[in-house]
Design a protein around this ligand. Sequence first.
Ligand code: KG4
Ligand code: ZN
Length: 334
Amino acid sequence: MLRTLGIETSCDESAVAVVDGDGRVEVSLLSSQIEAHAPYGGVVPELASREHLKALPYLVDQALESALGPVEMVAVTAGPGLIGALLVGVRFAAAFAWGRRLPLVAVDHLEGHLVSSLLNLDGEPARQEPDRVLALVASGGHSSWYLMDHGSRVRLGRTRDDAAGESFDKVAQVLGLGYPGGRVISELAAKGNPDRIKFKRTYLEKSGFDFSFSGIKTGVGRYIELNNDQIEHQAPDIASGFQESVVDVLSYKLLNAAAVKRCNHVALVGGVAANSRLREKVATAARQKHVTVHIPPVNLCGDNAAMIAAAGFHHLIQGRTSALDSDVYSRIKQ
Ligand code: KG4
Ligand code: ZN
């Protein structure tokens, strides 16, 4: 029963969790830096590192206190992400592991998101990974597809420009709704009509695996420029029309990719998977096609350390651990 301490500091959220050997999430804590970055309209890397340094000791203390037993290994995000922010997490984790003579496992952030679809926050063990799953990671920094086949992982495609979450953030910015934009846009969209203002759907090749979100963001920007005097009362319809366009593309492509790759399991992970319209649309489309959908609970869609702990545990049981001077990386690996 290897209980894992997970640490995640790849961007602007300090997260610490404890997950047991059956994948039960015992504690999952998050300290958001939104307020620190808000005056700058986006994430300031230097500030992110400092905030992680401040938050980690408290979060780790609290997590160890709430855990159901002693931790026996440490898993930490090594990349991709902000170098300074990652270094804070990795060095903290290495020092903790060294001080207690525990094994350390460096984990890829995207791999963490991929594992998250198997986790829950109900105190239940994690689900077994199906043999073949088509998984979409849609977050603020990444939008990529993976075919997970008997433990191997192949990236099938990615966005050619903005990530899906980034398009929510940018549309929120032009609507003056602040950063990050995903949740505010989806709340506003719920008050609007998705059919009143239609934005173009960019499918690229309809059956292909790449996607593009910069066109829709530009379309919304242009609409706002042309209708500047009516934006205030049109904002819910703009948010709703924009959201519907992104959701249509993501859900169509996910189910289409599953059919092309003959997968009857799909997973939807990353911050954008918290979007209720997307969850609903993917679930309905999957039901019609007899495909099983795996989506994490809303609180495990965005960055969290439970997914890092769970991914680290899989490495350790396969005999893979990391050196205490293990390095970090900024760019996506595969
Ligand atoms: O996975 P995540 O926490 O961080 C990255 O790895 O990037 O994802 C954050 C992204 C942000 O762009 C945020 O606006 C988006 O997820 N997001 C949402 C929602 N909640 C968060 N996008 C759409 N609808 C939401 N409800
Ligand atoms: Zn993430």
